[in-house]
Ligand binder design. Sequence first.
Ligand SMILES: [Zn+2]
Length: 142
Amino acid sequence: MIKYRLKCNNCDKLFDSWFSSSSEFEKLKSKNILDCHFCNSKDIKKTLMAPNILNLKQKKENEFKNKKNLKIQKKILEFQNFIRDNFENVGDDFAYKARSLHYNSKTNTKGIYGNATKKQISELKDEGIETQIFPWIENKKN
Ligand SMILES: [Zn+2]
């Protein structure tokens, strides 16, 4: 269904009308079935589509986007919980700790996670220490 705002050329009044498709309007008009709700003139023209149709479409797109974002956010949070449970948070000491783990090669240590700058990460990479970067959402409750 499409809602069009129609305008009467005779009395200049606007009114909304529903059509099953855009071609239905043309069909009805060519058969002289459309008339003004106020003066019954057949001299009707189509104006821009009623704005609420456009808004509805926009709203749906936004809802879809928000749902998608929530899904991604949920995945990240699940991953963060996994990291928290299985890795040691070393905070800003990440680069230092990553090196000591790498060079001491203890077998039974927990993995680590923490903060590192882009420079530190590329330095670690140069030394053959692979790191994983992933988005982190700060949980205000903690
Ligand atoms: Zn009219």
